[in-house]
Ligand binder design. Structure first.
Ligand code: ZN
Length: 463
């Protein structure tokens, strides 16, 4: 049996042209299941021919239409015939790109070009926006090599190598970043008076920030470099992620600013920034908003440090001989520590830490075997926690109250973002190494893909 696929093109003037695309042959009576229906290779051939037929027809119609002078309607004389190649999801197509001698009426009045090539004006890029978007999305979701393999196995796209995926991903990242910079710059010009509802505490946007380490390519000055990842949450808006490698981001604050604006934040509104105590993170939020920021030390990171003290104390309690007198006092303070910090009594927590550290030193002095090493660690952890509290004095709050108010107190959701953005794409294989610039660009596309913003009509991915 034979099946022939024909492409019938009908113009608006009802002119019909039919082109034969492909013919598939099969035994009249199939003998195995494998012979039933279309094969992938046949489909790829069919798609490529269909694409070529449709695209060449469209381009030819475009050239014919624009051959007429836009000013006087006279047909411009043909100068020569050239060709242009256009990469698409369904193959690379060579199209005719005729050049015309510019109409006399134009040459007489202005400095217009002597020749015009409408097709070259139409094909502003070497590939279709759709191919660029699909390649970039794959490049952001999976490794460039895997992405190229997926494309190549399913579609007649060419070239489908990993280099072209990388190039497209980078190109789209630059477009996304430029769009963010533009969005961030535009609003500055519009003065905004915060209305009462927006100032109300409940509707304050919350920025959760966290850092992640990415392995650097050999030859980079450090073995790892840091990416800043985060989320912006604001009541009534879909959460928006952002990620950047500070050293290579053109304007790191602009990326965050664009995310905030997208969340309904306006110049002058207070933003809450939850982070792990790295002063660079709230500073980034400050430079993004250019205004008031309420910093909050992430409860999770604080709680982890309290847990270290609790664990060592727990270990000491199980030792023989049972509790030495100085440690008995310390135990009571350790048990209060979490409660004090949770409820915002950080001054009292610091005093308690001082007492625990000094009792721990007394216990070291007792020279009791088995106790000394643990007591030393207890003292060290207490000193660490105390300086952590001191360094983040302005970012400690009454966590209990905020939690009861139903507001976020932790970046744990930002850490989920780190996993989604960085770990899943950048660190899943030991041998994966990145240049800061490459990582930064993939992150821009990945953020847009995961947010569901990718391919949105508002984002002009290609001219
Ligand atoms: Zn003319």
């Amino acid at each position: 049996m034979q099946w022939t696929v024909r492409l019938e093109a009908r113009t608006s003037a009802d002119e019909v042209t039919t082109t034969e695309l492909v013919t598939f042959s099969r035994p009249g009576v199939v003998s195995t299941l494998a012979e039933v229906g279309l094969m992938l290779d046949e489909t790829k051939t069919l798609l490529a021919k269909l694409q070529a037929g449709m695209l060449c027809g469209q381009v030819a119609a475009y050239a014919a239409f624009h051959r007429a002078c836009a000013a006087c309607g006279v047909l411009q004389p043909l100068k020569d015939r050239r060709t242009r190649r256009l990469q698409t999801l369904f193959g690379t197509v060579e199209v005719e790109a005729p050049r015309f001698k510019a109409c006399r009426c134009r040459l007489a009045t202005s400095l217009a070009a002597v020749t015009v090539s409408p097709v070259c004006a139409l094909l502003t890029a070497r590939c279709t926006p759709e191919l660029e978007r699909v390649q970039a999305e794959l490049g952001a979701r999976t490794s460039f090599r895997d992405g190229a393999r997926i494309l190549e196995s399913l579609l007649p796209v060419s070239p489908a190598n990993h280099e072209s995926l990388r190039t497209r991903t980078h190109a789209v990242a630059l477009q996304l970043e430029a769009a963010d910079r533009q969005a961030a710059a535009e609003v500055t010009a519009v003065p905004h008076k915060p209305d009462k509802a927006a100032v109300a505490d409940t509707s304050r946007p919350v920025v959760m920030l966290d850092g992640a380490y990415i392995r650097a390519v050999p030859g980079h000055q450090t073995r790892n470099f840091e990416a800043i990842c985060g989320k912006v949450e604001h009541e009534g808006h879909a959460t928006r992620r952002f990620a950047l490698v500070r050293s290579v981001a053109g304007q790191p604050h602009a990326l965050l600013r664009a995310a905030l604006l997208d969340q309904g934040w306006r110049e002058g509104d207070v933003v809450t920034a939850i982070s792990d105590g790295d002063p660079a993170l709230p500073a980034l939020v400050r430079s993004a908003t250019g205004g008031p920021v309420e910093p909050i030390l992430d409860w999770f990171h604080l709680s982890m440090r309290v847990q270290h003290v609790e664990q060592i104390m727990g270990g000491l309690c199980t030792l023989e001989p049972p509790l030495l007198v100085p440690l008995d006092h310390a135990r009571i303070d350790v048990e209060r520590l979490r409660h004090l910090l949770w409820n915002g009594h950080h001054e009292k927590a610091r005093e308690a830490l001082n007492r625990i550290a000094s009792w721990a030193k007394d216990a070291i002095a007792l020279d009791e075997p088995g106790v000394e090493a643990k007591a030393r660690r207890l003292a060290a952890r207490c000193t660490e926690l105390r300086s952590y509290i001191e360094n983040n004095e302005g970012a400690l709050i009454d966590y209990g109250q905020r939690h009861r108010d139903g507001k976020p107190i932790s970046t744990s959701r930002a850490e989920g973002t780190v996993n989604q953005l960085v770990s899943a794409r950048m660190n899943k294989r030991q041998q994966m190494r990145w240049s800061p610039r490459g990582a930064h660009r993939v992150l821009q596309v990945r953020v847009a893909v995961l947010d569901g913003r990718f391919g949105h009509p508002a984002i002009q991915l290609a001219a």
